[in-house]
Design a protein around this ligand. Structure first.
Ligand code: ZN
Ligand code: ZN
Length: 414
């Protein structure tokens, strides 16, 4: 018989804290998700651990069986993986913004007037020009790639590289560009900080004089004349998913950060036309692509972002209506052959309307598969899921539970 497949549907930030007893998910009309809850086993989940507020990155690592406390060292490495940089153990990776500075003298005397350089979108020429910088006198190499819009990622590599250095992004407008400082006494930290500061000056000179920026100046657009580095972290390479679990993994997501997690753990990224990671995303296309991906892959993630965005915006009705749209498209899930597919519907964390940020409130989780102990839960809701047969689990255990249900787990002991 064909090995069984596992489909994760992660509705980012879908769960909430009740306001006068109500949450967007509990209030939404979700007949299809409710059906899945009814034929499945349900529970609540601490994606990382009770009381720990998850990022979308750390929680997704946990959901796919990677302990974020062991393998997560900041956003830099994840963004760099997402930008397509092949990471090596010991690399120092930063997220990068093209920004705009004004003033005289050294780049560190100048004031950041925009952290996104007027949301510049075409940075290819600029990236190419900056790549000519030579850091070999520091014993350091670097790899610089653009991301979407004004974003990018940079990796510093070499025997002299230390991650004990500070960011150069002041993270606020109106402040000066920061010098990278060594954060310990080591020679490596000192050299790395010097190399980064040299890179900051040189890249500023190159960008300031670049024809593209002259053109932008003439058009009245902000110059993209500085690179702001943040989220620095040392790369700890993880065992790729396929090697670790013996299964092929695919991610379907419109969100750069989750693509980065996918690349970091060795997932194939399946691109869907119109998958934007926002409320106008092509939901139908994503659901269809997820079902199709089960033919070529053993484990598939379908990640849906916008519920989280509505949570950050504090928009109760917007979040509820978006959940209803997700439910409309989720009808297709009911047609899955649950003797062959183990379906998991859950979230990566709660993003409550009132908190406007991620909280550690556990998320609902529903598992549908032949042979699960169907419980009495008949609605997909964070307010009642705790009564289900899964009770309360941790994110890092979820994949193990699915592996067991699909008879892919190995016995521990005799
Ligand atoms: Zn999230
Ligand atoms: Zn969020």
């Amino acid at each position: 018989m064909d090995p069984k497949k596992i489909l994760f549907v992660v509705i980012d930030g879908v769960s909430d804290r009740p306001i006068e007893g109500k949450t967007p998910l509990d209030s939404a009309s979700t007949p299809n998700l409710d059906y899945l809850a009814k034929v499945g086993i349900n529970g609540i989940m601490d994606t990382i651990a009770p009381g720990i507020r998850p990022g979308s990155d750390t929680s997704h690592l946990a959901l796919f069986g990677y302990d974020p406390f062991e393998c997560y060292s900041g956003r830099g490495p994840i963004e760099a993986a997402g930008a397509g940089i092949k990471l090596e153990d010991g690399d120092l990776a930063f997220r990068v913004n093209f920004g705009t500075v004004e003033g005289k003298g050294s780049v560190f005397d100048k004031i950041v007037v925009d952290r996104r350089a007027g949301r510049i979108d075409d940075t290819d020429d600029l990236v190419e020009a900056v790549r000519k910088i030579d850091l070999s006198s520091f014993g350091i190499d670097f790899v610089f790639e653009r991301g979407s819009g004004h974003r990018g990622a940079i990796v510093f590599r070499g025997i002299n590289v230390s991650d004990r250095v500070s960011d150069t992004d002041p993270k606020e407008m109106g402040l000066k560009v920061k010098k990278a400082k060594p954060l310990d006494e080591s020679e490596e930290a000192k050299i790395t900080a010097e190399a980064i500061n040299y890179f900051m000056e040189e890249s500023h000179k190159i960008l300031e004089e670049h024809p593209k920026n002259h053109e932008r100046g003439k058009k009245g657009l902000l110059k993209a004349n500085v690179l702001l580095l943040r989220g620095g972290g040392k790369v700890r390479k993880v065992q790729p998913f396929e090697e670790k679990f013996g299964m092929r993994l695919a991610f379907i997501t419109g969100t750069t950060l989750i693509k980065g997690i996918g690349k970091f753990i060795g997932a194939d990224l399946i691109e869907v036309k119109g998958a934007t990671g926002n409320k106008n995303t092509n939901l139908k296309g994503k659901f269809e692509a997820a079902i199709t991906a089960l033919d070529s892959h053993d484990v598939v993630l379908l990640h849906i972002k916008a519920a989280d965005e509505f949570g950050h915006d504090g928009d109760f009705d917007g979040k509820m209506e978006f959940i209803q749209r997700v439910d409309d498209e989720a009808e297709i899930l009911k047609e899955l052959d649950f003797s062959k597919v183990c379906l998991i519907v859950t979230a990566d964390h709660s993003t409550p309307i009132k908190a406007r940020d991620h909280t550690a409130d556990p998320v609902p989780v529903t598992i549908v598969h032949e042979g699960v102990r169907v419980d009495e839960i008949d609605r997909f809701s964070e307010l009642i899921a705790y009564k289900g047969g899964l009770c309360r689990i941790r994110g890092v255990d979820l994949l193990n539970i699915a592996l067991d249900l699909t008879n892919r787990a190995k016995k521990f002991g005799a």
